[in-house]
Design a protein around this ligand. Structure first.
Ligand SMILES: Nc1ncnc2c1ncn2[C@@H]1O[C@H](COP(=O)(O)OP(=O)(O)O)[C@@H](O)[C@H]1O
Ligand SMILES: Cc1ncsc1CCOP(=O)(O)O
Ligand SMILES: [Mg+2]
Length: 277
């Protein structure tokens, strides 16, 4: 595994290679996620070739972190005991030098949710992945909008906030929408793919954050985030191709992730390095 992301690693070809490596490694991914997202996140990870486990109790969250390759922390249906489990798990991951991903679901919707998202973002996540309203709110940017857990803002409008958040936290930040963007505060990478039906099926963003955690187990943060978004975007585009609506999309997405190869990733998604500050 390379330890630094150069622009050579931030390509659609590198994303296809990362998918092969992920299937070979079969990492154990701990998920502290919400009630809505648990089943689709586990199915997406299994279809990709990773091993999911949903473990959030404060009594065991840190012990499970000790045996996991990576962790996703998702605040979708948070309560104080869950947040206690999150803190314990991330501290253990940090102690062991292993990556974890933050999904700040609904950041900005309530003061409690925002405060927890801000606190977790300062605990050194490797990657933060959210929709445009969540990332702008977490960055303290004006005009974040947001409607509960849904974005009311385009990802294009959130690029500067994502860069600022990356600089402030040291995390790689992935902001998703019609076009996805990944930044370490300097480089910005645009990822195309996906389908307009995806935001109409609940928890596909959460399952994407779990996917980002799986790739973080085998790649450094920039490359992990870009690869995960490209692979997921290709599977989403392929899966939604002949559907009448969003109902069957989660199943189609899993089928496409299961069968995806590097050629299909390159055909149905794109990766473009936009700028280096
Ligand atoms: N209009 C769109 N066109 C294509 N893909 C989209 C669109 N909106 C969201 N997606 C995709 O849906 C997935 C979830 O992203 P998003 O809807 O932004 O997150 P969340 O569910 O957390 O709000 C990502 O893979 C993203 O690229
Ligand atoms: C509907 C809902 N309510 C609380 S968490 C959640 C799922 C959100 O999933 P996503 O962020 O992937 O749309
Ligand atoms: Mg979300």
């Amino acid at each position: 595994m390379s330890t630094t992301a150069t622009n050579d690693n931030l390509t659609i070809t590198a994303a296809g290679a990362a998918l092969d490596d992920l299937r070979a490694a079969r990492p154990l991914v701990q998920n502290i996620t919400n009630y809505v997202a648990m089943t689709i996140s586990a199915n997406v990870l299994l279809a990709l070739g990773a091993s999911p486990a949903m473990v959030h109790a404060p009594e065991e969250a840190a012990d499970f972190a000790a045996i996991s390759s990576s962790l996703v922390v998702n605040i979708g249906t948070l309560s104080e005991s869950w947040v206690d489990g999150m803190r314990r798990a991330v501290l253990r991951m940090n102690e062991d030098g292993k990556p974890w991903v933050l999904d700040p679901v609904g950041c900005g919707a309530t003061p409690y949710r925002t405060a927890v998202a801000v606190e977790l973002s300062r605990l050194r996540p490797a990657i933060i992945r959210g929709n445009a309203s969540e990332i702008m709110s977490l960055a303290g940017a004006s005009g974040a909008g947001g409607k509960g857990v849904d974005s009311t803002t385009s990802s294009d409008a959130a690029i500067a906030a994502a860069q600022a958040l990356a600089r402030e936290t040291g995390a790689v930040v992935a902001v998703t929408g019609e076009t996805d963007y990944v930044t370490d505060g300097a480089i910005v990478v645009a990822i195309t793919g996906g389908h307009a039906l995806m935001p109409l099926s609940t928890a596909l963003g959460c399952a994407l954050s779990a996917t980002v955690a799986a790739f973080a187990a085998i790649r450094p943060p920039m490359e992990a985030a870009v690869s995960a978004l490209a692979v997921y975007g290709a599977a989403g585009a392929l899966g939604a191709e002949n559907l009448a609506g969003p109902g069957l999309l989660p199943a189609a997405l899993c089928d496409m992730l299961y069968g995806l190869d590097a050629e299909s990733v390159a055909a149905f998604a794109g990766v473009q390095v936009m700028e280096t500050v």
